[in-house]
Design a protein. Sequence first.
Lengths: 243, 314
Amino acid sequence: MPVVLENLGKRFGDGAPVLDDVNATIAQGEFVALLGASGCGKSTLLNIMAGLEPPTSGALEVPSDGAAFMFQDAALFPWLTARGNIELALQLADKTSTKASRRERATELLELVHLGGAGDKRPHELSGGMRQRVALARSLAQDRQLLLMDEPFAALDAITRDLLHDELERIWKETGRTIVFVTHNVREAVRLGQRVLLLSSRPGRVVAEWDVTEEHRTDAGRAGELTGVITRRLREEIRRHAK
Amino acid sequence: MPSNPITTEERTLPVTESKEHITSPSLKGNASELRDLEAGLDNLQSDTGRKHGIEWKRVLLPVAALVVLILAWQFYVSLGFKRRDLVPGPLDVLTQFVTMWGEGKVQEAVWTSLQRGVIGFLISVVIATPVGLILAQVAPLRRAFGPLISGLQVLPSVAWVPAAIIWFGLTDATVYFVVFMGAIPSIINGLISGVDQIPPHYRSVGTVLGANRLQMALQIVLPAALPGYIGGLKQGWAFSWRSLMAAEIIAVGGTIGFGLGSLLDQGRLLSDMTIVMSAILLILFVGILIELLVFGPIEKRLLQRRGLLAGSSR
């Protein structure tokens, strides 16, 4: 089931619109990177898609079972272990599941993010990258077709981020999820997305779109070229607000 | 680093940025190398559990402070400014204490008071917890009753003693009523302020994970508010213990048993400062003991498990 955004708009109170006339269609199983400068309403758009906030105008079509969500900071519950966090998500997603089945599934998910041995650690004992992997496993535990990610790797160091890019790509291929990945990092958008949507700032609107082909993935030069083009367009968009 | 075919337009970009692109598509290396890299980072960056032995400073410093205080007391008494029966020395109090212990008076008083305090406190917890949770979760109810609860917390619960005596006479009900009026509002307030301090994204996560109202309250809000709630419980215990003493001092006789407050009052009636001092020290001692044996360990364990203890002076 595709995700369709039609003339979507959002304003808070009487303020200027944060999002205005956003149009996009995201196919099932597609990995879309949503790119924009800070403060362009990317997170608001994601929150609307997650059902955390209602849009003020327009229509959107998302899978009826809702979406899984991954936040910028891992937002793990500190009173639960890594495994406990995943098991809670499993329990809330399926009230009829048994304890044993949840345990088994949590073990699988921890293995999937290469954290088989860290299940009994508490969030504060894990590194930032490990926490994000637990958060990824938790959002996969929700078992929703649509996975929304709000700059999940922004606060990580470069090596960890590169590793998580590989890991996310692998998991996306293994699970066939539809992923909408919000970022302000052009390189990250090109690295991950099959398609990059550029959101303008104030009001946020989809102003440009690029396809990232297999060629871009295998050829570093081509990828760099595309990154350059997108970066220039993004800077143009930001410069518009200088006046 | 291999050079990158850069188009003419691209040169307008800062050099650092176009260099970055070279590594853009994916990490070089086979899958097992990457896993090793990841495992290496995991081990380097995560906390290795540090074990502590018994910290003698924690035990010795308070004991030393106590010894210093008793010595100062003895020194003051031996200066002889005041009559000995008005300001007895530590040894006089100790002698009186041993005598009362021999008579079984100390045990009886401590047991009676402690039992009442604990039962009254536990019932308060059972009443205050759901009420606090409901008030914290339902905004209109909180707006309606919030100021009243805060007011009740400020109102000294001793003020309820005359009313309680008129309603319940000199029975245990009077004592418990006063304890409830002291403990319940402060536990409710502690829980509410604990809920207020929950980072807002915990609720967002709960919503995204599909929690309904009850699950949100019990599985997310309550555990998240636990540090504040424990703080409220601690304060609630302090209030119930204080209210209990006040009630025992004022309401004596009837079917009300012999507690620490009654012992204190008896000392006053007999004008025997050694009894009064023994009773005060006992009340203080029970308070310290409950903090050290019950609330201290619970709080420490709770904070430790959440990684909130680093750098504190506990």
